[in-house]
Design a protein around this ligand. Structure first.
Ligand SMILES: Nc1ncnc2c1ncn2[C@@H]1O[C@H](COP(=O)(O)OP(=O)(O)O)[C@@H](O)[C@H]1O
Ligand SMILES: [Mg+2]
Length: 290
């Protein structure tokens, strides 16, 4: 069995962990850096090449596609899907999960609870809504990650000044209801039909974002039935057999994000679970069941 691991040119913790574990499960593992690939195609044949090796001749494809490569990555996965190569995520999930608004739409369509959300191109069109909304509100860049691009406004006045800045940078204005929480969120790692690892992230003092990159600390967490159900439904809604789902805890729970390119370090360290191995085993199972 041959595995093609697709990812950024620079291999960091997560890519290295996947490579290491994949070599224990597959006979051959090749790392394909997305930025060095050539798509060669005519009306008869398609190849996705790197140093003479064609991804489309592998038994399975495990993609790690960062936001900067999402469109090219999507195309690559479409070609691989056409060739019926097993992939643990749908090509569409790359486009959807790298865009917070599309993610929320897919979740809402699957009846997964999400915060009330507004999207508009101009601040002025949201002016009325800002009068009646409860503060604080959350403003987000559609393509942010690691907590960067998530902003909180405690009043209409500060919401407006953030929106003006977004408009000046030609960014859509994306406003979310603030879900009251004790500065914590739940990161649920789904593989197949299972919640394989779960951590609670606590924001550092004086910070509302629980991301580890924003100073948050992760600790192992036993998910309840409701959180498990939400995580599995969220992953399914986006067509993903490998997904990291962010849930805001509280009396009512909300899914705020699904990650297609999650880091493995935080979750492996917090839980002691070999998540990389479980991902690779799932891909092996997909490859051997075609
Ligand atoms: N609607 C919300 N209400 C309260 N806190 C939020 C909300 N949305 C995000 N947060 C906080 O901000 C963090 C980052 O938000 P998220 O949407 O997951 O963006 P990122 O892609 O940057 O991780 C969350 O983990 C959570 O702590
Ligand atoms: Mg997040």
């Amino acid at each position: 069995m041959k595995l093609a691991l697709l990812g950024p040119e620079e291999r960091r913790y997560s890519e290295l962990r996947l490579l290491k574990e994949a070599k224990k499960v597959f006979e051959t593992v090749t790392y394909f850096p997305i930025s060095k690939l050539v798509l060669e195609f005519d009306e008869k044949e398609v190849k996705i090449l790197y140093r003479g090796k064609n991804i489309l001749e592998y038994d399975a494809l495990l993609p790690r596609i960062p936001k900067s490569y999402m469109k090219f990555g999507y195309l690559l996965l479409c070609f691989a899907r056409e060739q019926k190569i097993p992939i643990p995520i749908s090509p569409e999930s790359v486009l959807y999960t790298h865009n917070k608004f599309l993610t929320l739409i897919a979740l809402a369509q699957a009846n997964v609870p999400i915060p009330k959300t507004y999207l508009s191109l101009k601040r002025a069109t949201l002016e009325k809504i800002l009068e009646n909304i409860k503060y604080p509100v959350v403003l987000k860049l559609l393509y942010g990650c690691a907590g960067k691009g998530v902003m909180f406004a405690d009043s209409k006045q500060s919401a407006i000044s953030i929106m003006d800045m977004l408009e000046a940078f030609k960014q859509p204005v994306f406003v979310e209801e603030f879900i009251k929480n004790p500065g914590e969120d739940i990161r649920a790692f789904v593989i197949g039909e299972e919640l394989v690892a779960c951590m609670k992230r606590k924001a550092k003092k004086g910070e509302r974002r629980a991301n580890i990159a924003a100073g948050g600390v992760g600790e192992k967490y036993e998910a309840g039935d409701e959180e498990r159900d939400l995580a599995l439904r969220a992953a399914k809604a986006l067509g993903m057999k490998v997904a990291a789902v962010d849930i805001l805890p509280g009396k009512k729970k909300y899914v705020i994000e699904v990650n297609v390119y999650p880091g493995l370090k935080g979750i492996e360290n917090a839980t002691g679970i070999n998540v990389a191995r479980k991902i690779v085993e799932k891909v092996y199972e997909l490859a051997t069941s075609v």
